[in-house]
Design a protein around this ligand. Structure first.
Ligand code: ADP
Ligand code: TRP
Length: 327
């Protein structure tokens, strides 16, 4: 039996190259390795924590589904589904809420950041966001979860809840492990100390940006003092980030790139990088522009994937209910 692998992305806006190299590209590679039984989903219940306008949320769900497919996820090889279509995700979350502890959730960096941002108005969904994520993972007996390393704390909570539940009620859940890529954290183009994030669009190259947009953003990307193209995360964080991006796109090692650009300045390097980014995503842009026009096809893929996923999830919730005395 192949190991089960699951991951989700929130439909909260366009995907950037951090999402792509930290997560989506890896999804496609893992799917194509043939080694896993793969589940990939649109984490739309998680997206609700940002209180999106209904029209935007709906459009973002379609948009992310098109991103999945245009980058190579294939409903014949992976189960592609929509979280909110499977109500047992919410049901297991409630059950796990009753064994999750407030102080351990208060330690979550993502929650702390959001709490600072929204102050008094921070919603309860943001607080137990990791418990819903644990339910997403544990429902499928998942062994592996490919994510960027900003999700490590959430996976640790998932493991804690699995262990705690198993200890109280007997072995029920598998403890999952994260799978990271070589670029688990792409940094912001305008502040290389912070991760590239959708919440700061000017920090991102989006994967469906046009060549003109890519050019403008990379030209504006901050650089370090000096002019050498040399990798040093500590002293030259900006150029190191751009080198990592270049390396991920081209498959060339950082060492090879340093040699290629020896004696050249930042502007030569950036011009080359602009071409590499624009070319890399050319097929993606073409595929996506076709897919996004076919709304009914996108919805029907989500519908049939969700039917498949729910068969497994329903079995698990019956087992859980028996264990805790509800059935
Ligand atoms: P964002 O933080 O931009 O809102 P999400 O939270 O929707 O992105 O993340 C979707 C996936 O992309 C997750 O697996 C996450 O770990 C990964 N990811 C997000 N930002 C980055 C980044 N800058 N570098 C690498 N991976 C990232
Ligand atoms: N929290 C993840 C993110 O922000 C999205 C997510 C929700 C997820 N549920 C998950 C990722 C389960 C992996 C597994 O990117």
């Amino acid at each position: 039996m192949k190991s089960i692998l699951i991951s989700g992305i929130q439909p909260t806006g366009k995907l950037h190259i951090g999402n792509y190299f930290g997560a989506l590209k890896n999804f496609v590679d893992l799917q194509n390795s043939g080694k896993y039984q793969c589940y990939f989903f649109i984490a739309d219940l998680h997206a609700l924590t940002e209180n999106p306008a209904p029209k935007d949320l709906n459009q973002n769900i379609l948009n992310l589904t098109a991103d999945f497919l245009a980058s190579g996820l294939d409903p014949k090889k992976s189960v592609i589904f929509q979280q909110s279509r499977i109500s047992v995700h919410s049901e297991l979350m409630w059950i796990l809420n009753t064994i999750a502890k407030i102080p351990e959730l208060e330690l979550m960096t993502q929650f702390k950041d959001k709490a600072k941002q929204f102050r008094q108005s921070v919603n309860l969904g943001l607080f137990n966001y990791p418990v819903l994520m644990a339910a997403d993972v544990l429902l499928y007996n998942t062994k592996f979860v490919p994510v960027g390393n900003d999700q490590d704390q959430h996976l640790e909570i998932t493991r804690t809840l699995a262990r705690r539940f198993n200890k109280i009620f007997g072995k029920t859940f598998v403890e999952p492990k994260a799978i990271h890529t070589l670029t688990p954290r792409v940094m912001s183009l305008i502040n290389p100390e912070k991760k590239m994030s959708k919440s700061q669009p000017e920090s991102c190259v989006f994967i469906d940006d046009s060549p003109e947009q890519i050019k403008a953003k990379i030209k504006k990307a901050v650089t370090d003092s000096g002019s050498e193209i040399k990798y040093n995360r500590k002293d030259k964080p900006a150029i190191s980030n751009l080198l990592e991006i270049y390396s991920s796109l081209s498959g060339k090692t950082i060492n090879d790139l340093e040699k290629k650009f020896k004696g050249k300045n930042y502007s030569v390097f950036k011009n080359d990088l602009i071409g590499v980014v624009a070319d890399y995503f050319a097929d993606f842009r073409k595929n996506k522009s076709i897919l996004i026009k076919n709304k009914s096809k996108l919805f029907s893929i989500l519908k049939s994937g969700s039917q498949k996923a729910s068969q497994r999830a329903e079995k698990k919730i019956i087992e859980v209910k028996k264990k805790i005395g509800l059935a």
